[in-house]
Unconditional design. Structure first.
Length: 71
């Protein structure tokens, strides 16, 4: 098992869920059971060491908002 940080953003809540899973798809599957109806992005936790995860979450949410306004 590997550790992942799953970013999620939905109509009710948003955040980062730490998950131990086989791969990124499995991490999203686990998180979607908790935060259904959200969009997800799983990142290996090792890649985020030393990063400000909450700043990354805000940027990830904003990037989706900018894409929606361009459509």
């Amino acid at each position: 098992m590997a550790s992942f940080s799953v970013f999620f953003d939905g109509p009710i809540d948003f955040g980062i869920q730490p998950v131990d899973a086989i791969d990124a798809a499995h991490a999203v599957e686990i998180t979607s059971g908790i935060h259904g109806g959200s969009r997800f992005s799983a990142v290996p936790s090792k890649k985020l060491e030393g990063c400000d995860k909450h700043r990354l979450l805000r940027a990830w949410i904003r990037a989706d908002g900018q894409q929606k306004t361009r459509r």
